[in-house]
Design a protein. Structure first.
Length: 78
């Protein structure tokens, strides 16, 4: 029971980190970890965000090489 809950929280954290990586890629905005005064916590935050970057890169590579995704020419028109 406790291991399942731990896995659930780890997957949730990876998803949150991946969303933050996507926001950084699409808008250029990302959390400013330099404002964290404790170097240990800052290192953990940087690793947390790095996991999201890695997952985002893997997902993007999968989408590029998949026949289920296609590149749009531009923003949707109404």
């Amino acid at each position: 029971m406790a291991i399942g809950r731990l896995v659930h929280y780890a997957v949730d954290a990876a998803l949150l980190s991946t969303v933050l990586a996507g926001v950084r890629r699409s808008s250029g905005f990302s959390p400013d970890t330099t404002t964290i005064s404790d170097p240990t916590v800052r290192g953990i935050a940087d690793k947390f965000l790095g996991v999201g970057e890695t997952v985002f890169d893997m997902l993007q590579g999968t989408a590029v090489n998949s026949s289920y995704f296609k590149r749009n020419a531009g923003p949707p028109t109404s």
